[in-house]
Design a protein around this ligand. Sequence first.
Ligand SMILES: [Zn+2]
Length: 521
Amino acid sequence: MQESLPYTIVIGLEVHVQLATRSKLFCGCSTAFGAEPNTQTCPLCIGMPGTLPVMNREAFGLSLRTAVALNCSIPRFTKWDRKQYFYPDLPKGYQISQFDLPLSENGYLQISDPKGAFEPKKIRIIRAHLEEDAGKSIHDEATGRGDSRIDLNRTGTPLLEIVSQPDIRSPLEAKAYLSELKLLLTYLGVSDCNMQEGSLRVDANINLHIDAADSAVSAAQRDAAMGDGNTTAPSGAMTTPVGKIATPIVEVKNMNSFRAVERALAFEASRQYEVFKETGLTINDPDGLKTTRGWDENAQATKPQRGKEDSADYRYFPDPDLVPVTTTAEQVDEIRESLGELPAALRTRIEETYAISAYDADVLVNQGRELVDYFIRLADRCGDAKAASNWVQQDVLRALKERQITIECFPVTPEMLSKLLRYIADGLLPTSRARDVLAEMIESGSSADASMKKLGIEAVDQGELEGLCRELLEKNPGIVQDAKEGKLKAVGALIGQAKQKNPNVNPAQVRELCLKLIEKM
Ligand SMILES: [Zn+2]
């Protein structure tokens, strides 16, 4: 897909994750979502003079768990810094964040596409650091008065900021990275990752690398702009490869779903290419500074936003009210051992243990740990992992979706379903009838046997089926003759007759048994 484009897309992502703590980062106020405005505040988080922050250990612990799971190194020493800026929803006039000594750095997240749209790759992570959230400005444009109100409930909520290297090469890879990150955070239990409630927010840095020889720029522009491999680019950008020209970096904001991220990046890539063809503007030009654009969902386009401050504008300095945090190697080891099985390892394990495809393993693992546990219990009991995987992916997931319930609330346990799958495997029940039985089991919560009884479905045993097949063959000597002459399709006519006599027979089994009996005739 990417190969056909006249440029390489270069994307780095900044993800803010709201940590699942009950209280805020530096005070005891609740972090619950959806309360009346300004009911979850105290003198500290509304920035009253004389208050002193105390770090939430739980928030720091959850951050470390995430950083270790992201293969980051954990420095022994980390500290808090004040990031100064004035904004109505930031009552202190500064945000407590981490500047030069973050709690973790140099990690990676492996991404892949089960359909093979791109090669599996590692997206490097520059750093993950902890900071406090700001409040919310609510601009009332509907009434025409245009008044703005402030809700400080969110002020001081712990946010983990995870910054990737610009290793992502397409909107699809960006989506894969975000999906994998979200899955990991969910498995770790560090965040609910609800994008609608703002628990997971994404900003993207994107620019293009264009082949100097292919570009339409003049020779003079090209010589001036061509990467020598040593170009010092603004923070977050990679150096421009030799022979390539880089367009100015744009930070894209306001993307409220992974789908929006994918679309915004695709739009932004072609927009930057059009601008480049028109103006020849590169990252090295005085006008080529980083700019900020917001995704407009209605217009399906990015629109210019305010200019982005440089880190020098924030006047970072260490927060004198908070002590630095030290972490020992033993603590990090302890965290590593407590992580449990993470999505990547779980995929490999069920793919290998149950001999299912990478694609199937991916679908199951992406549904969450509880669904995987359901599959494992089902596969272990029914002895046919492929059938178990199919039934979970199709029938169970469909039922969960229709009823809008999670697997924990699903009325059919793996033990109950495994009995039904064994009936199918033993040829006692055709798949279509088994679906009816499952529907009844879900409806009534009763066993496979009880549900079959209620529906008037009887499992057809082997002796009964053989009797039926013999009877049909005796009545249809023409079909027997045809089959003996190699026209095996003729047997198909017997299946219809068999089903009329007993709707519970398995068509494939009737066919197989009839052919076996004909051979002996
Ligand atoms: Zn508070």
